[in-house]
Design a protein around this ligand. Sequence first.
Ligand code: ZN
Length: 489
Amino acid sequence: MTAFAELMAFNRQTEALGAVAERLGWDQETMMPETAAEQRAEEMAAMEGMLHARRTDPRHANWLAKAEAPDDAGRAALHHIRRSYTRATKVPVDLAEALARLTSTAQRVWARAREAEDVEAFLPTLKQVIALKREEAAFLAIGGDLYDALIDDYEPGATADTLGEMFGRMRPRLVALREKVLACPMPAAVSGHFPQAAQLVLARDVASDFGYDWSRGRLDLAVHPFSSGGNTDSRITTRVVERDPFNCIYSTIHEVGHSSYELAIDPAYAFTPLGHGVSMGVHESQSRIYENQIGRSRAFAQHLFARMQAQFGDFGTATAEDFYRSINRVQPGFIRTEADEVHYNLHIMMRFDLERALIRGDLAVDDLEAAWNDRFLADFGVAVDRPSHGMLQDVHWSCGLFGYFPTYTLGNVYAGCLNKAMRAAVPGLDAALAQGDTSGAAGWLRENVQRHGGLRTPRDTITHACGTEPSEGPLLDYLEQKFGDAYAL
Ligand code: ZN
């Protein structure tokens, strides 16, 4: 057996065991009896320990030195394995274990603090998490920027400087658009009671409209919707709020986007590092383009309006155009996950600046709440009224996910680029969407982005699909055009 074949055989088992660990996580959030939490924590810790041992197995040094890849896919696989091995061996085992232990308890501390609206109860734990993340970043960065080292985990190749410059170019156009839109009368919101069972029927129908492959997936309820798995088994979850049907519909479409990406990857890449979405930013571009550029388009809104009427009868919205405007209402709000397309990226930019300052040591944790509230008032014109509407709203920091937030906006930017290229390439797209036929859009994304998995770098994945380097321009043009038109600016 060649060194390459030995390495790939070893990696194949690691990939399979990683998929088992992920399925345990899916089960925990959907099916597991409540009392099993402690048992499951021990089971997952055992899996993580074994996976870490495999990823840092010292035989990698020899395999990687000798392995010769037969083709582009092999070279890409070696690149991913080398990256993962280098990263895993840079961080001392006791630090990795301390972080894993701390972040699992920190999530519970955060949840209780948020419930009690008590920032003080979370700060000592957050200080510990940040201290350990800075230590970890120092091992990874080897003298470079600490925050860059953390971003690289989620979006290989991205840096705080280039992201910060891009956000700086986006902000004035987003703020100008927001000001113009908010000066207009706000469209009516859909209100009423929409029973759970009917919402779930609608969610399944809409997932089918987007081509979700039920033979390789399933839909379940979860507190925070997510998707899980890949290859021939990628599952989605959604949630239901009975007074707001769009929570369920758009959570479902979002997760169908993530899951469709995983399901579309070339089966030849299964159980290799190429068999996953290539980065958080590219993954989010798929969920966002399904949810927003397709799912909240005027054309698809016609179809969705008919589906809503079929499910709920007359629900108080008279025309498809009123419906389109109600699913694209722009209003300032405290909560990132409920933000409209115009406000969403402003939420991210604020978190990016705050967490960069925390990791670089420019902002003390004790000053975080004041910094958050000052910035929110300046950016959104509203004073934060309670911590769960402010710095305690997101789970990310308690999990140690520093450097993750910017990938959401990167995903929106990539979705803007892909939407422009897709619309140029697929004739009659809107006419098809108005009939509920997304096959042209989904087929273009599958062919040009999704099937390639981890073959190229994140940026090259988007460049390959669009024929041009990604930039923020197409997203901003799309937002100005869409909301300028919907609000008759
Ligand atoms: Zn997502």
